[in-house]
Design a protein around this ligand. Structure first.
Ligand SMILES: [Zn+2]
Length: 215
């Protein structure tokens, strides 16, 4: 079940100077999409490498949407990797709306805004699956990078299981908790209560509805 190594035409890498520092940018084809791993510092043959496997979210990652916490998690993960001095961020395409695609995701937003449905019911009402994300490409690039085991920055136990099923040992899950705001509290609550994500900060927000709202 382990994915094969990349062919020469499937992968390319170069240095990438960013505001945070210089990463090694590893672009690769897998499962019909082009993905990227951003590598910081020395990770080859290392155990317990700090890793974020980030699902693409155009609205959150690029435009700073506040209805989810994706953009903040992306920033926090890159900051943590640089602070640590080494690590990998795998950016997976084709993961919009947990795999339903960008147009469908925006359709779910309409149902959430107009009918008050949550992130799960808005998908199923449209006849769409709740989560069809595939983590094989992340495992494949981590193997290509010769990462031996990872400390995975995630609140999602399913993601830990998925990586391990694809042959990447996860030595520990590192929480990546963003302060809720009034635009994403419903989304985070649904992720906690219906998708099994470990989000202890949601409880705090429920008790103090205005404390974490910086608008
Ligand atoms: Zn998002």
């Amino acid at each position: 079940m382990y994915e094969q190594a990349f062919g020469e035409d499937e992968v390319a890498e170069s240095d990438l100077v960013t505001r945070r520092g210089t990463f090694r940018a590893v672009a690769f084809h897998a499962d019909g999409h082009e993905h990227m791993a951003l590598v910081f510092g020395v990770i080859r043959m290392r155990e317990d490498v700090l890793v974020r496997v980030h699902s693409e979210c155009m609205t959150g990652d690029i435009f700073g949407a506040m209805r989810c916490e994706c953009g903040e998690q992306l920033d926090a993960a890159l900051d943590a990797i640089v602070r640590e001095g080494s690590g990998v961020l795998v950016y997976l395409r084709g993961h919009e709306g947990r795999g339903i695609g960008l147009v469908a995701k925006v359709r779910t937003h309409v149902l959430q805004d107009e009918q008050g449905l949550d992130t799960l019911d808005s998908a199923t009402t449209l006849g769409l699956p709740v989560d069809v994300r595939e983590y094989g490409p992340a495992a494949r690039v981590l193997r290509h990078l010769l990462v031996r085991s990872v400390r995975l920055m995630s609140n999602n136990p399913d993601k830990v299981r998925a990586l391990e099923e694809h042959g990447i040992p996860v030595s520990v899950r590192v929480p990546l908790l963003m302060p809720p705001n009034r635009h994403n509290i419903g989304y985070l609550t649904a992720k906690r209560d219906r998708l099994g994500h470990d989000l202890p900060q949601v409880e705090v927000f429920t008790e103090q509805p205005h404390a974490a709202d910086h608008r």
